[in-house]
Design a protein around this ligand. Structure first.
Ligand code: PLP
Length: 376
């Protein structure tokens, strides 16, 4: 197994259907804003029990559009975590706002106890990140946001289908932002994203921002329609061909999550009595295991040894964002330290986990990992 992740087997099983629907879509001569979009938005909302929502070009753009919708920009600060994927922060910075980082708990998620200290008159929103597929403590985060009149934009890029106290992530805040990057719970064969919201009016505004600030379907006025912008926007279209693939793959989401949980369980059982710190699932939560992340002080030695056995282990993420050259200037307080974030970044690594992974590969990973741990 030379790869950490592969879609080869999945594609083999869906190939006929996918090729048929790409062909149908191309023959329809409708490349954007057609039936595939309508069908997908309806189905994604149904699956995630969301009232309204829109498909966009990527998860990064989903976050950007959500921030712009709530008029967040220059001079504003957005509270988030530094152990996330870079795009959480690049989306904030693209609006002109600055990220203000709070530390995480030992479970890799935003520590709500650290939020209040970071709030000042420039603070406009909180972006909790449901990292690896595990939901943040949304009750505490939302009650702080309510008290200080802040928006909550959930970064659900890694956590589609995850539950917090029985409710889907993306349904707690003002907006839930999802990614269809190929490795995600629902992955496209290209880029894509989604925003779930509670209000039709907000959804309509987001749809305008997705399309240069213009109305897509202004049937009332044939002049002020497509070519008239009501507000500044971007291009965050997702094309019908990609959506026709997503419309096939979305049917597999529930089964794929079940398969992920089964693999995570297998890892849990096999690695229970080792020196690894295994992922802990909080009570009343459903973790969807986009990533199976463990911690060990001797991480680098483990990765090196397994590489020799042709087993690839990845780190999500090796560098906290506040320590990256490109984003340091946007960290609102250089003097602040994020001790838990910094400590965990030095020992975390993830084991291969995707629905189609072969049992024999899992056995090979476990065998070599245990052997390596015994020699450390
Ligand atoms: C936590 C997190 N936020 C945001 C994103 C951005 O999504 P995309 O790659 O679709 O722009 C990703 C995915 O890479 C992610 O993992």
């Amino acid at each position: 197994m030379k790869n950490f992740w592969s879609y080869k087997k999945e594609y083999q099983s869906l190939r006929k259907n996918i090729l048929k629907s790409i062909d149908r879509t191309l023959k329809s001569e409708n490349l954007f804003f057609g039936n595939e979009l309508k069908k997908f938005e309806k189905e994604f909302n149904r699956l995630n029990k969301s009232k309204f929502g829109l498909a966009v070009g990527s998860g990064t753009e989903a976050l950007y559009i959500a921030l712009k919708t709530f008029n967040i920009g220059f001079g504003d600060e957005v509270i988030t975590v530094s152990n996330s994927a870079i795009p959480t922060v690049s989306a904030i910075n693209s609006t002109g706002a600055k990220a203000s980082f709070v530390d995480i708990n030992e479970n890799y998620l935003m520590n709500p106890e650290k939020i209040i200290k970071k709030i000042n008159k420039r603070t406009k929103a909180i972006i909790p990140v449901h990292l690896y597929g595990h939901a943040c403590d949304m009750n505490k985060i939302c009650s702080i946001a309510k008290k200080y009149n802040l928006r909550v934009i959930e970064d659900c890029a890694q956590a589609q289908g995850a539950l917090y106290k029985g409710k889907f992530v993306g349904s707690f805040g003002d907006a839930g932002c999802f990614s269809f990057y190929p490795t995600k719970i629902l992955g496209a064969y290209g880029d894509g994203g989604f925003i779930t919201v509670k209000s039709k009016k907000i959804c309509e505004k987001m749809k305008r921002i997705r399309f240069y600030g213009a109305e897509q379907n202004n049937k009332n006025n044939k002049y002020i329609g497509k070519y008239y912008s009501n507000e500044p926007g971007i291009n965050s279209r997702i094309d019908e061909v990609q959506l026709s693939i997503l419309n096939i793959k979305i049917k597999k989401v529930k089964t794929n999550i079940k398969k992920r949980l089964k693999i995570a369980n297998f890892y849990n059982n096999e690695l229970r009595n080792t020196s690894l710190k295994l992922p802990a699932v909080k009570k009343n939560n459903k973790h969807v295991f986009h990533l199976y992340t463990v911690y060990h002080k001797k991480r680098d030695a483990i990765i090196k040894k397994l590489k020799k056995k042709k087993i690839k282990l990845n780190i999500y993420y090796p560098y906290p964002i506040h320590q990256m050259k490109g984003y340091k200037k946007n960290f609102n307080s250089f003097k602040d330290k994020l001790p838990v974030t910094e400590k965990l970044s030095k020992g975390i690594f993830s084991l291969p986990l995707y629905p189609e992974i072969e049992k024999r590969d899992l056995i090979k990973i476990i065998k070599n990992l245990k052997k390596t741990l015994n020699t450390l």
